[in-house]
Design a protein around this ligand. Structure first.
Ligand code: IMP
Ligand code: MG
Length: 174
């Protein structure tokens, strides 16, 4: 497919919003230690920018799950490709996601992680395609609600490409 990318959310806007989210987390988790679970690979860019701006104590772990292949259609369930290194029992856990689309990934991940008895388990997502949710899952913190379009950049890929774009853009067929 020939395509181009149109800017949807500028780098400046994304960074400003991440600073706001960090300030909110600082308030909500004041006096606590926050354990970030970063969902590879897409959430890495968002997670780093967020973590850098937090002033509360933070620990991080990484997990790889997938519900997508290299295309644009959801496969309906998740596969754990890389397990967490650390136990999350009794921790204040925040799952860091790049995008909430059908919600299938986060719905299944929440069930999986709840069973490990964290003290709390919440979700932060940079982007949310609210109109697309199929699974019963909601983000506790969200950067931007976006329309049902396929986006890339700021960690998000199309067939593994464009993760390194510093802004969020829409993939448009030529
Ligand atoms: P869900 O399970 O349908 O909510 O899909 C979540 C995952 O699908 C995300 O973590 C992304 O990896 C991928 N995804 C969903 N929408 C997009 C998009 O617009 N661009 C790139 N990846 C997407
Ligand atoms: Mg992906």
């Amino acid at each position: 497919m020939d395509y181009h990318i149109d800017e949807l959310i500028s780098e400046e806007k994304v960074n400003k919003r991440i600073a706001e989210l960090a300030a909110q987390l600082d308030r909500d988790y004041a006096g606590k230690e926050l354990h970030l679970i970063v969902i590879l690979k897409g959430s890495v860019f968002f997670a780093c920018e967020l973590a850098k701006r937090l002033t509360i104590p933070v620990t991080m772990d990484f997990m790889a799950v997938s519900s997508y292949g290299d295309g644009m259609v959801s496969a309906g369930e998740i596969t754990v490709k890389k397990e967490l290194d650390e136990d999350i029992y009794d921790k204040e856990v925040l799952i860091v996601e790049d995008i909430l689309d059908s919600g299938v990934t986060l719905y299944n991940l929440k069930i999986l992680l709840s069973a490990r008895a964290p003290k709390s388990l919440k979700i932060i997502t940079l982007l949310d395609k609210k109109d697309n949710h199929e699974a019963d899952v909601k983000a506790d913190y969200c950067g931007f609600d976006i329309p049902n379009q396929f986006v890339v950049g700021y960690g998000l890929d199309y067939a593994q490409r464009h993760r390194n774009l510093p802004y969020v853009g829409v993939v448009v067929a030529d």
